[in-house]
Design a protein around this ligand. Structure first.
Ligand code: ZN
Length: 167
């Protein structure tokens, strides 16, 4: 790889002593989708923007650098599953199931059953073009969180692509 290629690589640079980001630092029910940001289990500098559409359960997952998630080929990846879990924690299972129109004969008791109902419908890939908007809302959300001492967000600048920072 040439120097030029390396320095132009769009990459999120972690801070020297990265603080741990929550597994799912951002989740919202918006635009007819459950969508949010899920941190990579292995790489502190990488996050995924994941979404599931209400009704169709069409799903999308890509990194903040717009690379498609390898786990989301042909079904829900772990990021989408984690997103549903976090949404249920924040909004409650009833509200999430209602929003997504994930229904069963019986009431759905938890995130796992909501995911199962959606997965059983064999949904296809959805629209990932809104990922950048979701990610920028996440960055703003991080900015708000910095006002609260109970959270430990990464400084916002670290999430911007840094061409030239790889010196
Ligand atoms: Zn994924």
């Amino acid at each position: 790889m040439s120097v030029w290629e390396r320095s132009s690589t769009v990459r999120v640079v972690p801070s020297a002593r990265p603080r741990k980001l929550a597994k799912v630092p951002f989740v919202e029910l918006a635009d007819g989708r459950l969508q949010g940001v899920v941190s990579s289990g292995s790489d502190i500098g990488r996050v995924y923007v994941s979404s599931v559409a209400a009704g169709t359960y069409a799903y999308a997952c890509s990194t903040n650098n717009n690379r498609p998630c390898g786990g989301a080929r042909g079904g829900f990846c772990n990021h989408i599953r984690a997103l549903v879990v976090e949404a249920v924690l924040q909004y409650g299972v009833d509200r999430v199931a209602r929003y997504l129109r994930a229904e069963d004969d019986a009431e759905l008791p938890d995130a796992g059953s909501v995911t199962s109902v959606m997965a059983a419908a064999r949904p296809g890939p959805g629209d990932s073009s809104t990922a950048a908007q979701v990610f920028s809302r996440f960055l703003r959300h991080l900015g708000y969180l910095e006002l609260e001492p109970v959270t430990a967000p990464l400084p916002e600048m670290h999430w911007f692509p840094t061409a030239g920072a790889v010196a």
